[in-house]
Design a protein around this ligand. Structure first.
Ligand SMILES: NC(=O)c1ccc[n+]([C@@H]2O[C@H](COP(=O)([O-])OP(=O)(O)OC[C@H]3O[C@@H](n4cnc5c(N)ncnc54)[C@H](OP(=O)(O)O)[C@@H]3O)[C@@H](O)[C@H]2O)c1
Length: 292
């Protein structure tokens, strides 16, 4: 039975928990990790018992390098191997760069990027030694294109994309594949549950209305988003394909966004994004394609 570790499985509607269940149904021995597991594991434990599937919940804060190593050690001691690591943990970030609290910038990069790098470094020796493994990063379309008001979230996902592409080249000779999953908008409730976005940025700046617009439009986009199970199914595909791809764009919107980005030059793309977000008035008239 192949073994998988999935991080960030605390919420029933999140990609993490859906992926853990999907992999368990597909015959994986799944280790679903989360913070404050003692308070939140009951539902997932009962589900696994009812379904008679192999799914174990582990306590895990990915910001703690010791816990990252202990999780890998524990799984290896139980199953003897780790075939798949799904780095799913992430958090939202909203606000014009100038207005962000410095600690928020660090928190986003640590949660979305450094922790995934560290967890991957913890698991690579096991995969390299067993000459097999799949490392999957839950990235985003925000790792493909910049988004006004989400510069730090984009920075964290662009960083993941660059690391994954490089790592894929480093690890191919050891039989370890690397994939990124790049969703657009999915209705997981991430932006709503995440944190009070107003704690991300300072108020009383010329950006107040802009920041509020970003928070509202992102949350609305997520509520109207696609079914998160599609992302879990795509992760299963990356975990089981004969030759996994480096990049996957689940659902309908993500492939469309990618195609648009490839078809347009930088200036055309900027005008398109701003127009889609209802922010064309923030561009200079000539950049928005509007006659002055
Ligand atoms: N929803 C979308 O439209 C969308 C689109 C593109 C990409 N993504 C990405 O998809 C991934 C999953 O997001 P989601 O939408 O499924 O939302 P989510 O349910 O909020 O998932 C985020 C998970 O990360 C966990 N987490 C955060 N910090 C952690 C830490 N230090 N240690 C352990 N767990 C931690 C959260 O746990 P707590 O409950 O403990 O905070 C939660 O389980 C993220 O990487 C996100 O950037 C989402």
């Amino acid at each position: 039975m192949p073994t998988a570790i999935v991080t960030g499985c605390s919420r029933p509607t999140g990609f993490g928990q859906l992926t853990a269940k999907t992999l368990a149904r597909a015959g994986f021995d799944v280790f679903a990790t989360m913070r404050r597991a003692s308070e939140r594991r009951v539902e997932l434990d009962s589900w696994a018992m009812e379904q008679d599937l192999s799914l174990t919940v582990l306590e895990h804060d990915v910001l703690d390098p010791t816990q990252n190593r202990n999780v890998v050690k524990e799984v290896k001691s139980i199953t003897g191997r780790v075939d798949v690591l799904v780095n799913n943990v992430g958090m939202s970030s909203f606000g014009a760069l100038e207005t962000l609290h410095s600690h928020h910038i660090h928190q986003v990069m640590e949660t979305n990027f450094y922790s995934a790098a560290d967890m991957t470094r913890a698991v690579l020796p096991v995969m390299r030694t067993q000459e097999y493994g799949r490392v999957i990063f839950v990235s985003s379309m925000a790792g493909v294109t910049g988004i006004p008001g989400e510069s730090i979230y984009c920075a964290s996902k662009f960083a993941l994309e660059g690391m994954a592409e490089s790592l894929a080249m480093e690890m191919a000779r050891f039989g370890v594949s690397v994939s990124t999953i790049r969703p657009a908008f999915f209705n997981t409730g991430m932006s709503m549950h995440n944190t009070d976005a107003s704690t991300f940025f300072y108020r009383g700046t010329p950006y107040d209305a802009f920041n509020d617009q970003v928070v509202t439009s992102t949350s609305e986009g997520e509520i109207a988003g696609e079914n998160p199970q599609l992302v879990a199914d795509t992760i299963l595909e990356a975990a089981t394909a004969g030759h996994p791809k480096l990049r996957y764009e689940p659902g309908i919107a993500a492939p469309e966004i990618l195609a648009g980005r490839k078809a347009m030059n930088d200036e055309e793309w900027r005008a398109f994004v701003m127009s889609e977000l209802g922010m064309s008035d923030l561009l200079k008239p000539e950049e928005a394609g509007v006659p002055a």
